[in-house]
Design a protein around this ligand. Structure first.
Ligand SMILES: [Zn+2]
Ligand SMILES: [Zn+2]
Ligand SMILES: [Zn+2]
Length: 178
C-alpha cells in the first residue's frame, strides 16, 4: 500500500488530487472540508501540496539559447533555470547548462483599499515565500535610504490569504453531490 496517500495527521485516506486556478496541485485529507459559510477548513486540515512540474517559460537562456523553465523549490523560492540543465546522480555533478536566475519576490495587485490612505494594496511575496499586503504607493528611495509613500504593511500568517483574493491557497473543493 502506498502510504503517501495516507494523512499523516489522522491516518485517513487523502482525497483525489485537485488543482488550483494557478495550476498548483494538492491533495487534502478526506476528513477535511471547506465550510462555505464560515470560510474555514473544518475537520482535518491536512493538505499535501504536490511538487509542481517545471513550467516552460517563453524566455530563452542567455547562455545557450534553450528555453528556460520556472521551478519552485520545496521552500517556495522561485527560480528560472535552463531546461538543458540537469544533475548527474552518479557523478554528483551538474550537467548541461548551469544558468539559474533566482526570482526575488513578486507582487500582484489586490482589490483591497489601504486602511491608511485609501489607495490599492498589493500582495508581496518574498523570495522565501512569506506574504505581506503593502500599499501600492510604498517605495524605497535608495539614494536617501528611506521608505517613501505610505507605510502600511501587514504580514500574512502562513496559509492566510488576503480577504478579497481568497481561493488560491485554500481553494474550497468542488461541491460534492449531496
Ligand atoms: Zn487527516
Ligand atoms: Zn542554457
Ligand atoms: Zn496606503
Amino acid at each position: 500500500m502506498d502510504t503517501s496517500d495516507i494523512c499523516p495527521k489522522c491516518g485517513s485516506p487523502l482525497s483525489e488530487v485537485s488543482e488550483t486556478p494557478t495550476g498548483k496541485k494538492l491533495q487534502r485529507c478526506s476528513k477535511g472540508y471547506w465550510n462555505k459559510e464560515t470560510r474555514k477548513n473544518e475537520g482535518c486540515d491536512f493538505v499535501k501540496w504536490l511538487s509542481a512540474e517545471p513550467q516552460t517559460l517563453d524566455e530563452k537562456c542567455p547562455k545557450c539559447g534553450s528555453p528556460l523553465v520556472l521551478q519552485v523549490t520545496r521552500f517556495g523560492k522561485k527560480m528560472k533555470k535552463c531546461s538543458t540543465g540537469g544533475w548527474d546522480k552518479e557523478a554528483k555533478a551538474a550537467t548541461g547548462c548551469d544558468y539559474v536566475e533566482w526570482i526575488n519576490g513578486t507582487s500582484e495587485p489586490l482589490d483591497i483599499d489601504c486602511p491608511q490612505c485609501g489607495e490599492k494594496l498589493v500582495l508581496f511575496t518574498t523570495s522565501s515565500g512569506k506574504k505581506m499586503e503593502k500599499c501600492s504607493t510604498a517605495g524605497w528611495d535608495s539614494a536617501k535610504r528611506l521608505a517613501t509613500g505610505c507605510t502600511y504593511i501587514r504580514w500574512l500568517k502562513p496559509g492566510e490569504v488576503p480577504t478579497s483574493n481568497a481561493g488560491e491557497e485554500f481553494l474550497p473543493p468542488p461541491p460534492s453531490e449531496e
